[in-house]
Design a protein around this ligand. Structure first.
Ligand code: ZN
Length: 456
């Protein structure tokens, strides 16, 4: 071992979520897992520091594959309460039209901090609002992820089909097709890292069939192929969307997706609820990933994603908290519980366990992002690890610790490591004044709401 290299042993965890025997712990060197230790054994490699994990449940860092960070500014927004997706969106578009750069700055930091504290180490965000003055929103999001030391896949979203052309969003929040494609290429060149262990990746993400033109869908697919980046969009979220696609394109959503060149394993979709059996098979055969967003689907009463059927068909199945205006939180471990509960209700108690939901939020989510270096506790994987203790009243008297974390409602990680670096210790984010961040974020939300109400 060279002088500059240190090896850390996470020793004798209370429980580990891993396919491999690691009851004796995990050895980490630099940014990677280098050894798993069997029960009762000691590491073969020399270690120079030890973390006693005997009070911790250890998970691979959770991976959030669908979010809209800016929506943390409009949680529980009064005029958007108690509405399904389309009326909900129409209530909020005029509010979001007032977004300023400082609001992207604060909302991205707040959302990422909230995710990190819930055991999330990789976050995908779908930012599709680029009103005038907000052309560099992606740059601000990348900056926030780098400041917090988190991995992120920032998806360059887009909207260009305004109300005047039969779309849903107002003209003030859409861009021209040329502006969208030019900026998509700019952010790929500026930020996308395709190497193992990448901290920042870019994907292209036209918002939905009802807010972009087929030309932008096709041009995004071409650009994604050219630069080998992933594609993301909302699809099959509501019956309203199916009706919209039939009316405007004379196609069901999945047929439309195929017609614009998106039916392949570089694509992952948010929601994926309203697919029939033959569509589920086509998605699986083509390796299209799905981000299940259970809280959002329940709040907007959109329906229930056929998660197990999609996974069985061959689709990577991940978990997303979705935007915090339809959740209204960004807590990944709670979202695991939501997925567990909702899918168990759908498929039966014998067919869905806490282990399924944990697999979706880790290995399944990694599959959506096309990553093989995160999402599992195994030798050679990136050292992205979340540790939860069960020292709260809600866990007292528990049996199986891993089951307890989900069934009893775990909500806060005690320690979180990203790429071998501790980012959360004793429940606090290193180097971050959380109270100050919340004060800035809350003021930013008030400013956004005020701008909207002044115009009304
Ligand atoms: Zn969404």
């Amino acid at each position: 071992m060279s002088e500059s290299t240190t090896r850390l042993w996470l020793k004798n965890p209370l429980a580990v979520f891993s396919e491999h025997d690691s009851a004796g712990g995990i050895v980490i060197e630099a940014n990677k897992i280098v050894e798993l230790v069997a029960k009762g054994a000691k590491p073969n490699l020399a270690v120079d520091s030890v973390f006693d994990a005997s009070r911790h449940v250890v998970l691979p860092g959770l991976i959030n594959v669908h979010h809209h960070f800016y929506q943390t500014l409009t949680r529980a927004f009064p005029t958007a309460l108690d509405k399904p997706l389309f009326p909900w969106l129409k209530s909020l578009y005029p509010v979001w039209a007032g977004l300023q750069p400082e609001q992207i700055h604060w909302s991205s930091r707040l959302a990422l901090a909230e995710l990190l504290l819930s055991g999330c180490t990789t976050a995908a965000d779908h930012h599709y609002l680029f009103p005038q003055g907000l052309e560099h929103a992606v740059d601000l999001q990348v900056d926030a992820a780098q400041d917090l030391g988190m991995r992120a896949t920032i998806t360059r979203g887009s909207m260009c089909l305004g109300e005047d052309d039969g779309g849903l969003p107002p003209r003030t929040v859409i861009q021209t097709e040329k502006d969208i494609i030019d900026d998509s290429e700019r952010v790929i060149k500026a930020f996308h890292d395709d190497k193992e262990g990448a901290m920042i990746q870019i994907a292209l993400a036209p918002c939905s069939p009802f807010s972009v033109t087929p030309d932008v869908m096709k041009a995004s697919a071409t650009l994604a192929q050219q630069y080998n980046v992933h594609l993301h969009t909302h699809l099959a979220e509501t019956h309203d969307e199916t009706d919209f696609c039939l009316k405007l394109f004379n196609q069901r959503p999945l047929d439309y997706l195929e017609s614009v060149g998106w039916l392949n394993d570089k694509t992952w979709l948010a929601h994926g609820i309203h697919f029939d059996e033959s569509e589920i098979k086509r998605l699986g055969d083509n390796g299209v990933g799905i981000s299940h967003c259970p809280s959002s689907n329940m709040i907007l009463a959109s329906g229930i994603c056929p998660a197990s059927a999609l996974e069985d068909a061959g689709s990577p199945l991940g978990i997303g908290v979705d935007g915090s205006a339809s959740n209204d939180g960004s807590n990944m471990i709670q979202e695991v519980r939501m997925a567990f509960l909702l899918q168990r209700l759908k498929d039966g108690a014998e067919n869905i366990s806490h282990l399924d939901a944990l697999r979706w939020a880790t290995k399944g989510s990694a599959g959506c992002l096309g990553r093989r270096d995160i999402g599992e506790i195994a030798v050679g994987m990136q050292a992205d690890i979340a540790l939860f203790n069960l020292d709260e009243a809600r866990f007292s008297g528990h049996g199986d610790p891993l089951a307890a974390l989900i069934l009893c409602g775990g909500h806060k990680a005690d320690y979180v490591m990203v790429a071998g670096q501790w980012r959360v210790e004793k429940g606090e984010i290193n180097g971050l004044d959380m109270a100050q961040l919340m004060a800035e974020h809350h003021q930013s939300a008030k400013d956004l709401a005020q701008r909207y109400f002044d115009k009304c």
